[in-house]
Write a protein that binds this ligand. Structure first.
Ligand code: GUN
Length: 275
């Protein structure tokens, strides 16, 4: 049997249509600035996807593409200035060494990536606020594909600050009510935990990390991996997982479009708050 694919592109398009309608009723277009430092090709391709989505929704996106020898103080000044004029500001990662601290200068209310410690802290406390786009996109995708996580055992493989950890918090929140296990590089026998999962999330960043023998028959598998290999773009799950899983997100076309549309959603929310 082959797993049913969860079409992230289609779900993202539905959300985009909802956002476009919201934006059409606003007095002015929401504004998003994307800061890129250097020439990372993956960053360039992510920004292209964000820029296309912004155009479809009606968000005014400005791409600030800076040389990788920019000084920290010049980058800081740009971010401080953008805080004053934009609804949302993101700095595309990875940043060259020594510049990561600049991320903290994005004001929490403009932090549409949801990376600021204030926004992450709000999630810990179950408060409303900007949610990081990939975890928020995964939760939305589960609901919209008919996979309410309530009462389900979700196993997340990967404990990154932008995916694994915040996703665990969102899913275990009151009202969402999943039971969550987080596995990581130091977890002995990861497969044993994965086999227990009703919903298995692979967020590791290495191809073929999750194989069919680690998946419970019929489980929902969410593949967050974006790995550029000589065979093209692949996720973290091996190709035989589709023989065992009940449902599976494709790469590309699964979580990726959900991340982009949740960014758009955060920008619209930020604009609605400031009026
Ligand atoms: N690099 C890879 N994914 C992301 C993302 O979601 N936001 C930013 N700012 N950089 C990234």
């Amino acid at each position: 049997m082959s797993a049913k694919l969860i079409d992230g592109k289609k779900i993202a398009a539905e959300i985009e249509a909802e956002l476009k309608l919201k934006v059409s009723k606003m007095d002015k277009a929401p504004r998003l600035s994307v800061v890129q430092v250097g020439e990372d090709p993956a960053s360039t391709s992510y920004i292209k996807a964000k820029s296309n989505a912004a155009e479809r929704v009606g968000i005014e996106l400005t791409h600030h593409h800076l040389s990788d020898d920019i000084s920290k103080s010049d980058l800081e000044k740009l971010v401080v200035d953008l805080n004053k004029t934009e609804d949302g500001v993101i700095i595309q990662l990875p940043l060259p060494d020594g510049l990561d601290e600049v991320l903290d200068l994005i004001q929490p209310e403009n932090d549409v990536d949801g990376f600021h410690s204030v926004n992450l802290g709000n999630i810990v406390q179950g408060k409303s606020g900007m949610k990081p786009c990939t975890p928020a996109g995964i939760v939305e995708m589960l609901y919209r594909s008919g996979n309410d996580p309530k009462g389900k055992h979700v196993v997340i493989v990967g404990r990154s600050t932008i995916v694994g950890k915040p996703l665990a918090l969102l899913l275990s929140q009151k009202g969402v009510d999943a039971t969550v296990t987080v596995c990581h590089s130091r977890t002995p026998d990861i497969g044993r935990h994965c086999l227990e999962a009703d919903i298995l999330v692979a967020a590791v960043g290495y191809p073929d990390t999750i194989t069919s023998s680690m998946v419970k028959p019929g489980a929902v598998v969410i593949d967050v991996g974006v790995n550029r290999t000589e065979n093209g773009l692949v996720g973290d799950t091996s190709s035989d997982v589709k023989e065992v899983a009940g449902q599976l997100t494709p790469v590309p076309g699964g979580v990726g479009p959900m991340t982009v549309v949740m960014l758009m959603s955060n920008v619209v929310d930020a604009a609605l708050k400031t009026g």
